[in-house]
Ligand binder design. Sequence first.
Ligand code: 4AD
Ligand code: MG
Length: 466
Amino acid sequence: MFEFVTARELYELVHQGSLIEKDQLEYVELDGWVRTNRNNGSVGFIELNDGTYFKNVQLVYSKEDDDYTLCTSLNTGDAISAYGVFKITENGKQPFEIVLKKLTLLAKCDPSYPLQKKRHSFEFLREIAHLRPKANTFLAVFRVRSVLAMAIHEFFQSQGFVYVNGPIITGNDCEGAGETFSVTTLNDFSKGYKDDFFGKHTNLTVSAQLHAEAFAQCFRDVYTFGPTFRAEKSNTTRHAAEFWMVEPEIAFADLEDDMALIEDMVKYCIQTVLQECPAEMEFFNKMIDTSLIDRLTHVLNSKFEVMTYTDAIERLKKAVENGEAFENKNITWGMDLNSEHEKYLCEKVINGPLFLINYPKEIKSFYMKLNDDNKTVAACDLLVPHIGELVGGSQREENYEKLVARMNELHMNTSSLQWYLDLRRFGGVSSAGFGLGFERMVMYVTGVSNIRDVIPFPRTVNNCEF
Ligand code: 4AD
Ligand code: MG
């Protein structure tokens, strides 16, 4: 009797303890890729990874085995099928091992395989994005990414939110920043877009918010979670041209409700990852950022701070007076904060997540609700240490006239957004929502500092390989 198993099943079995008695031997078979293979002439050890679990499974073979020659010939990257006796180990580095009885070579790995056992730089690994998930760091990152995606769905679904898919091709630019990628089938643009596929100019979405708002006015609580595209030329560690955004929208709600939702969501994500990916999180804590788990645990147990934009400007002015070495020391009310300022506020002033609220209307999008001071809007950005802006949200302007006036001030084309304006005419109530940059969330919980390393095949300025 034997069972086909995965590494995950074996580790779960061992960690749960009771399922396999210490001295009860069982035959198992598993498939995987050789990580390392070493032998001292009489016994040998193969570290096998089958992708189902972060940790490897140790296979043991000896000179007496029929397959000894095959065993010794195995190299890093070879795919094999292993059949043997499952054994709990006493005091070993591994909690268990498999004593090989039969080995089958499934696929040979060419000696030019670039992922030999040594530490490679992130830069080098980016050049082999098709192979890097075989490296420990990426095996961990992309499992955490998957678990996080599920956590997002669980968080919203458990509260009755409806999952909405916004369109990817759209005629509008929600953020109004003009950083869109055009979608066209034309080669000749001299006659405009009249003869184009859609008979007009279209682009890839920069945000599904406007469409989410339409659905929030029907379902009350909704969220989108989809690919988002921005042709920002800023070549930073936090910007990608293609990324994933989570955009909830809640009706009958204001900025306070929005911030409470953001805080709950961030905490839920952290908690889920700590619970479901302990091996991966331990690895990040050891290899990438030794304060990671402590920091995340602290975030779980603290209330997020709130500061107005106006207070933040005062703080930053003081910081400059006290000699803080900002690149941009020209702090004035109305400025768009640079990431060094955002980092200073959440890392040095607060040392934790910080909501900055009530920004000047001039530096925020057209749809945000104007505050009573007529100068600021009901917006909130969640800033977190090491990342900066993790979330951007706001209460929406629900007053038709005010919204039209703002769009006119900004010389926006109201006719193409008449449908959006109409939401205000047909029983539109106050609503609020936010956008979470999903990759930034992955960076935040893993400690990985470059967005290119948390998305499988990154697209950034001058980079669209694979
Ligand atoms: O602050 P943003 O631009 O907000 C919006 O798009 C709103 N429509 C959201 C809403 O209220 N529904 O973007 C939201 C978040 C940012 O806080 C950031 O985390 C992420 O999206 N983000 C990016 N992530 C990676 N690469 C980029 N180029 C990003 N641009 C924004
Ligand atoms: Mg923003």
